[in-house]
Design a protein around this ligand. Sequence first.
Ligand code: UT7
Length: 334
Amino acid sequence: MHSFETGIAFTGSGSSVPSSSLSNDQMSRFVETSDEWISSRTGIQARQVATTSDSLTSLGSEAAQKAVESSGLEASSIDLILLATSTPDDLFGSASKIQAQLGATQAVAFDLTAACSGFIFAITTAAQFIRTGVYKNVLVIGADILSRWVDWGDRRTCVLFGDGAGAVVMSASSSDHFLGFEMRSDGSLNHCLTLAYDGDSNAQTLLDNVTVQKGTFAPIAMNGQEVYRFAVKRVPEVIEKALFRADLSIDAIDWLLLHQANQRILDAVASRLKIPAEKVISNMAAHGNTSAASIPIALDESIRAGSVKPGDTIAAAGFGAGLTWGAAVFRWGT
Ligand code: UT7
C-alpha cells in the first residue's frame, strides 16, 4: 500500500525587489504630494520600481531560486509552482517561464490571480495538494509589478505601490504546520479597486455588424476610504476564523503578518485583535504596497533578520481587489 505524509512544513523562503528605489521626496518632483502626507497617512517612505531590465519573470525567478536554495531541495524535486500575480509578463501566464528558469523540470506551473490576497490564496491552494498526497514539494510565489499599471499622475494611487516578489517552499511532512485558513470574496464591491479591461476605448470594427474589443487595461483605480474601511472590518474576522479552525487563541500568535497596504490598517487590525505592536511585522516603510508579494517579502526579510524563527506561529492575512480577503495560520519551519 502506498503511504504518504500529509502534514505540511514551511521549509524555505526568498525574495527579490528591483534595485531602483523612489523616495517620497523624489515622488513629489513629478506628482503633487509630499513626504509628510505619504508618511503620515500610510507609513510608506520608499518603494522599488521595476526598470526596463526587470520583469515579473526575473523578479519571481530570483525570489523562487532563493526559496528553493534555503529549503535544501533541488529544483527538480519541486512538483508544483503556483505564481500569485495580477501583473504577469504574459496574460497567458508567467509561471511556466519561471519553471523553465529554475530548471524545475518535473513541476507543473500555473498563475493564480487574487490581487493582494493572492499569496494567502496560493499557500492555501498549495496546502490542499499536499494534504491529499498528490504533491510533496510546492513552490509558492507572490509577485507583482504594479508600477506598469498605475497612473503616475494620480497621487491617490501612485504613491502607494512598489514592485517585488517573494516565495516559500511548502513540503509534505510528518508534522503539520498549516493550521487553519479562511478565504472570502465579495464581487459586489469589485468597483472599489480595479485594474480593469477597457475595451470600449479601443473597439475595432471588422464588418458592419461585428465590432471586437482590443486589449487595453485602464490604470489602477481605487476608492481608498472604502477599501480602508473594508480591510479594518473584514481582516480581523478572517483571522479569528482561521485561529478558531487552528484551535488557537490570539495569545498563541507570535507574529501578525498582514498585507503591507497601510501602517494605519496594520495598527487598527492589531488593536482590534489586541495583538501588541511588537508582534506586528511591518516593512512597508521600505517597500510600499507590493500587492501579492508583500506578505512573502515581509516574511522572508523577517526570517533572514532572525526575528521569525523556526516554530514561531504566524497569523497572516491578505486583502484587496476582488474584493478578496483571507487569512492563514501557520508555523514556520519543519
Ligand atoms: O492593496 C490593496 C488594498 N489597498 C488598501 O488597503 C488601501 C486602503 N486605503 C488607504 O490606505 C487610504 O485610504 C489611502 C492611503 C489610500 C488614502 O488615505 P486617506 O486618509 O483615506 O485619504 P483620502 O483619500 O481621504 O484623502 C484625503 C486628502 C484628499 O484631499 P481633500 O479632498 O481632503 O482636499 C486627497 O486628495 O488627501 C489628498 N491626497 C493626497 N495628498 C497628498 C490623496 N492622496 C494624496 C497624496 N499626496 N499622495
